[in-house]
Design a protein around this ligand. Structure first.
Ligand SMILES: [Zn+2]
Length: 286
């Protein structure tokens, strides 16, 4: 299988998963039908289905239009707010398109009905792929809009974190540079963060995507997957103030139970990320 990365809108990614023998394709987050149709024509492929990660317009806007153009097109998602939805999926439901297998993973956090899709091909030596929408980004995670930090933590650590480490991560937005700037505040001494940030800036300068990463890499630099590893925890408390930058979360201030500790740290991180997004002037961040 081949995954085509398609940059759309300001910083979104739409994807096409192509089965190379049959030339059948599945689109992920088909928000811009015009771009998708151009590629379908150019590549001479047949669109069979759409996988939608969540209902936001920049991920699902053109589902209806595509459903009209392709009668019988299957549209999968985990939320009835997804346009033209034909199949509301359940957690761990598996779908099959020729030799391509898809496991639907419910990952509440950014939205309640958010779904990530784990995709692999029979008899292939290629690593599997995960389409993580606005749940897991390269170096970061999506904003908490409809759920608690605890729900997002479980989606990231228990659902996505349990996938094979070689899984390629294809996320919903190009936020890598700003995510890694945030990560460098959380862990100023983490060499993997420093290296990845230098690399991401070069990619940005050349207008090239930073996807995919791998899950193994994310565990090295993504602060949201490193709750237990982070030596220094950077906290900013609302309202965002410069004097809080660099403040460390003292060990003794954390609750004593392990599960409460990790949730507290994660909540601080999730809150800090949102405040740092505002600081970067990206109010439209999805
Ligand atoms: Zn979104």
């Amino acid at each position: 299988m081949k995954v085509k990365v398609i940059s759309i809108l300001e910083d979104n990614y739409m994807y096409l998963i192509i089965e190379e023998t049959t030339r059948e394709a599945i689109a992920v987050d088909a928000a811009v039908s015009k771009r998708l149709l151009e590629i379908i024509r150019r590549e001479d492929i047949l669109l069979k289905a759409i996988l939608t990660t969540h209902h936001h317009w920049d991920h699902a806007r053109d589902n209806e239009e595509l459903a009209k153009l392709y009668p019988g097109l299957e549209v999968y998602g985990g939320d009835e707010r997804v346009g033209a939805l034909t199949h509301q999926v359940t957690h761990e439901e598996e779908l099959k398109f020729g030799s391509i297998n898809i496991r639907c993973l419910l990952t509440p956090g950014h939205t309640v009905g958010h779904v990530c899709y784990f995709v692999w091909e029979n008899d292939s030596l290629n690593a599997p792929a995960a389409f993580t929408g606005d749940t897991l980004f390269v170096g970061g995670c999506g904003r908490l809009l409809e759920c608690t930090a605890e729900q997002l933590y479980k989606s990231l650590m228990e659902v996505l974190g349990g996938l094979p480490k070689e899984t390629k991560i294809f996320c919903g937005h190009e936020y890598t540079t700003q995510n890694l700037k945030f990560a460098s505040k959380v862990e100023p001494e983490n060499e993997f963060v420093k290296e990845k940030l230098i690399w991401a800036k070069l990619r940005e300068d050349e207008d090239l995507p930073t996807v995919p990463s791998t899950l193994a890499e994310e565990f090295l630099y993504n602060p949201f997957l490193r709750i237990f590893c982070s030596k220094y925890i950077w906290i900013s408390q609302p309202p965002f103030q410069q004097r809080h930058v660099g403040q460390k979360l003292a060990e003794e201030k954390l609750p004593s139970s392990v599960s409460q500790r990790r949730e507290t740290v994660f909540s601080y991180l999730a809150l800090s990320l949102q405040l740092s997004c505002c600081k970067y002037g990206d109010e439209h961040r999805s």
